[in-house]
Design a protein around this ligand. Structure first.
Ligand SMILES: C[S@@+](CC[C@H](N)C(=O)[O-])C[C@H]1O[C@@H](n2cnc3c(N)ncnc32)[C@H](O)[C@@H]1O
Length: 624
C-alpha cells in the first residue's frame, strides 16, 4: 500500500516519503477521541495530574479549536461511534485509532517500568513518526521527571524536536531546542539542527533558517557541520515561497563546504524556484549543470522528469518554444526510464515475496516506493502531453495571448493573482475587491465559485475551461508556487475566468469575499490536521461560519476527502450547525462514497487512487 501521506511537486519530504513497512495512518478528527475518552479513560483520568490530562486530551483531540458557532440548542456533535457504523472506512479508522491510543498507553506504562533511555528514545521517535505529539511529549516528560538515574540525551531531544516539527508546532520545537542547549550534556548535532531548519523553513522563516545554516557551515557557536539534507531542506522550501535569493544563497553556502556535494534534489529545487518566477533560462541552466555532476561513487546524476516537466510548462507558456521542446523530449525519455526503474523495483519485489517466509514483510515497502516513483513519472508524462497539445494548437491565438500575459507578469504582479498573505493591511474592502474583479472581467451577472486548497490547479483550471461563459472562479491556495503554476495552466488553456488568492483559507475568505457572493464552494482533498491536538484544521467551525457567510442562500458547500478520519471530523462539525447547513445525500447519511462521474481530475485524487487509497467521501451540504 502506498503509505505516503502527502506528496508535492517539489518532491519528497521526510513526512511525505513512502514509509517502509508502514500502513497509511490517518490523522483522525479531534472529537473522535472524545468518544474514546468516554469509553476508556474513566479510570485513567482519576490517576492523571493536570498536565498529563491536558496532554492526553490534546493527543486525543479533546482540546481543539474554540467553537465559534453559537447554536441555540448547544447541540452535541454526532458521536464518532455513530458515524463509524455508517461506513467501513470510518469504522476501520475508528477502531485503529482506539487501538493506537490503547497501545500508546501500554507502551508508556512499560517505559515507566523499564527505565531505559534507549526505550524512551525509540518511543519518542515512533510517536513522532506517527504524529502522536502528545504521547511523544508524555514519554519525554516521564523520562525527564519520573525516571531517577536516567536523563534525556541528544537522541531524546532530537526525536522530540522532530515530533514537533513533523506536526508544524514550531513554538514547541523552539522550546525543545532551547532546553537541549541549556540542560543537555550533548550539544545539538547535525540532525538536531537540520530538523530545526526544517521547522523554520516550513513556517516561512527561511532567513532565520539560513542564519543557522551559516553557523553550521562556518563553525560558529560550535554548531555541527551542515550536510546535504540541511541544504535540500532549505531549498525545498525556497520552491514553496518562490524565494530565488535564498535558494541562491543556499547554493553558495553549500559550495563553501568541501565535503558536501549537491544532489539531484538540490538542483531540482533551485531550477523549480527559478521556474516559479518564470526565469526559464536559469531554470534550464541549473538542470544542465545537474547533468554534469557526479555522486560520491562517480555516477552521473539524472534530471528528474518532474523538474523537466515543470520547466517545459513554463517555457512553453512564456513563448520559449525551442527550450520547451528540448525539455519535453528529455522529460519523456527520463519519465519512461523512471517508469522502467519503478517496474523493475516492483518485479524484484514480487520475486522476493515469492521466496519470502510468512510474516516477513521486509521487502514490501519497495512496492510503495516504486508506486510513488511510477506515479510521479506518469504525472510528468501527463503534464507534457498537455503542454504538447498547447504547442500544437492550430489556432495560435491562445499561445500569443498566453505569452503576452506571462510577459506582463513581472514579479508578483498580475491582477489574476492576489498575494493576500503579503498584504500587510487591508488594501480594500472585500466588496470593492469583488466589484473590481467582476468589472475587470466584464461579466456582471455570472456565477462565482471558489475552490479552497486548489493545489496544483488541475481541477479548477478544467472547471474554468468548461464554465468560461457562466462562472468566475476563485482558487485559494497557500503555497505560492502552486498558485503561480495554476495560473500558468490557466494561460495555456486560454481561460480568463480565474482569480487566484494566495494565503491561508480563513484569512483569504475574510478579506476578499463579501457576504452571500458565492454560488458554490469546493474543498477537494484538504490536508488532514497534522495531529489530533492540532489547532490547525482547515474545515473547522470557523471555516463553516465563513462558508455560510460567503455563500448565497441555497448554494452548496462540497467537501471531498479520501481520509475517513477527516471525513468524520467534518461531518461532526457540520452536525452542530443544522441552522447553517443541511445535508443533500438522499439516504440519510451525511456523505456519499462516490464522486459524481464527471467530477474532474484532481492531482491528489489520482495520487491516492494510484496508491490504492480508495476511500472517498463526498460531503455536499446546502446553505440554509
Ligand atoms: C492535498 S492538497 C489537494 C490539492 C487539490 N485540491 C487536489 O485535489 O489535487 C491540499 C492543498 O491545500 C493547501 N492548503 C492546506 N491548508 C491550507 C490552508 N489553510 N489554506 C490554503 N491552502 C491550504 C496545501 O498547500 C495543498 O496544496
Amino acid at each position: 500500500m502506498m503509505a505516503a501521506k502527502r506528496k508535492n511537486e517539489e518532491g519528497y519530504e521526510d513526512s511525505e516519503r513512502p514509509k517502509e513497512n508502514k500502513k497509511k495512518t490517518s490523522a483522525v478528527g479531534g472529537d473522535f477521541a472524545r468518544f474514546i475518552a468516554e469509553q476508556q479513560h474513566g479510570e485513567d483520568k482519576r490517576e492523571e495530574g493536570p498536565k498529563e490530562e491536558r496532554r492526553r486530551k490534546e493527543e486525543e483531540g479533546e482540546i481543539t479549536n474554540a467553537k465559534v458557532i453559537q447554536s441555540s440548542d448547544d447541540l452535541q456533535p454526532t458521536p464518532y461511534s455513530q458515524l463509524a457504523r455508517l461506513d467501513e472506512g470510518m469504522n476501520r479508522c475508528f477502531r485503529a485509532n482506539r487501538k493506537r491510543s490503547r497501545d500508546a498507553q501500554t507502551l508508556l506504562k512499560r517505559a515507566r517500568k523499564l527505565k531505559e533511555v534507549k526505550f524512551f528514545n525509540r518511543l519518542i521517535r515512533d510517536f513522532g513518526n506517527e504524529k502522536q505529539l502528545g504521547f511523544a511529549e508524555e514519554a519525554f516528560r516521564i523520562l525527564e521527571k519520573e525516571s531517577d538515574g536516567i536523563e534525556p540525551n541528544a537522541y531524546s531531544y532530537t526525536n522530540l524536536l522532530n515530533a514537533c516539527v513533523r506536526v508544524g508546532e514550531l513554538t514547541r520545537a523552539r522550546e525543545v531546542f532551547d532546553k537541549m542547549e541549556r540542560r543537555c550534556e550533548d550539544k545539538p548535532n547535525e540532525v538536531t539542527c537540520t530538523v530545526l531548519v526544517k521547522g523554520l523553513c516550513e513556517e516561512g522563516l527561511i532567513d532565520e533558517a539560513l542564519e543557522l545554516v551559516k553557523d553550521m557551515v562556518r563553525g560558529n557557536m560550535n554548531r555541527p557541520r551542515a550536510n546535504v539534507r540541511t541544504f535540500s531542506t532549505v531549498l525545498r522550501n525556497c520552491v514553496r515561497y518562490r524565494d530565488v535569493g535564498s535558494a541562491e544563497a543556499t547554493f553558495s553556502l553549500m559550495r563553501e563546504c568541501f565535503d558536501v556535494l549537491p544532489d539531484a534534489a538540490c538542483y531540482e529545487y533551485l531550477s523549480k524556484t527559478y521556474a516559479s518566477r518564470l526565469d526559464v533560462e536559469k531554470a534550464e541552466k541549473t538542470l544542465d549543470e545537474l547533468e554534469l555532476q557526479q555522486d560520491e561513487n562517480g555516477k552521473f546524476l539524472n534530471i528528474p522528469a518532474s523538474a523537466l516537466a515543470s520547466l517545459a510548462g513554463v517555457a512553453a507558456t512564456v513563448g520559449k518554444i525551442d527550450l520547451a521542446k528540448r525539455a519535453i523530449k528529455k522529460c519523456r525519455e527520463r519519465a519512461e526510464e523512471e517508469q522502467r526503474n519503478a517496474e523493475q523495483l516492483n518485479n524484484g519485489n514480487k520475486r522476493d515475496r515469492n521466496i519470502q517466509k510468512p510474516g516477513d514483510e521486509s521487502t514490501t515497502p519497495s512496492k510503495s516506493v516504486s508506486n510513488f516513483f511510477k506515479a510521479r513519472a506518469t504525472d510528468a508524462l501527463r503534464e507534457i502531453s498537455e503542454i504538447e497539445a498547447f504547442l500544437s494548437k492550430d489556432n495560435d491565438m491562445i499561445r500569443i495571448e498566453a505569452k503576452e500575459r506571462a510577459e506582463a507578469f513581472s514579479i508578483d504582479e498580475t491582477d489574476d493573482i492576489v498575494f493576500v498573505h503579503k498584504q500587510k493591511e487591508t488594501v480594500e474592502t472585500a466588496e470593492n475587491f469583488w466589484a473590481r474583479t467582476f468589472k475587470r472581467k466584464g461579466k456582471g451577472l455570472i456565477k462565482a465559485k471558489l475552490e479552497v486548497c486548489s493545489g496544483h490547479g488541475d481541477w479548477i483550471t478544467s472547471r474554468c475551461a468548461k464554465e468560461q461563459d457562466s462562472t468566475q472562479w476563485f482558487g485559494l491556495e497557500m503555497r505560492e508556487n502552486r498558485v503561480v503554476l495554476t495560473w500558468i495552466k490557466s494561460l495555456r488553456l486560454g481561460v480568463r475566468n480565474l482569480t487566484m488568492l494566495c494565503g491561508m483559507a480563513h484569512e483569504c475568505m475574510q478579506k476578499k469575499i463579501p457576504n452571500e457572493a458565492l454560488d458554490e464552494i469546493y474543498v477537494n482533498f484538504p490536508d488532514p490536521p497534522d495531529w489530533n491536538g492540532s489547532a490547525n484544521c482547515l474545515v473547522d467551525a470557523a471555516f463553516l461560519v465563513e462558508s455560510h457567510r460567503t455563500l448565497k442562500v441555497g448554494a452548496m458547500l462540497i467537501l471531498v476527502t479520501d481520509d475517513p478520519g477527516y471525513a468524520m471530523r467534518m461531518c461532526r462539525e457540520l452536525s452542530i450547525v443544522p441552522h447553517l447547513f443541511k445535508p443533500t445525500a438522499i439516504d440519510g447519511k451525511p456523505f456519499e462514497n462516490t464522486l459524481p462521474a464527471d467530477y474532474g481530475f484532481s492531482y491528489f485524487n489520482a495520487l491516492w487512487t494510484n496508491g490504492n487509497l480508495n476511500d472517498r467521501y463526498f460531503i455536499k451540504y446546502r446553505k440554509l
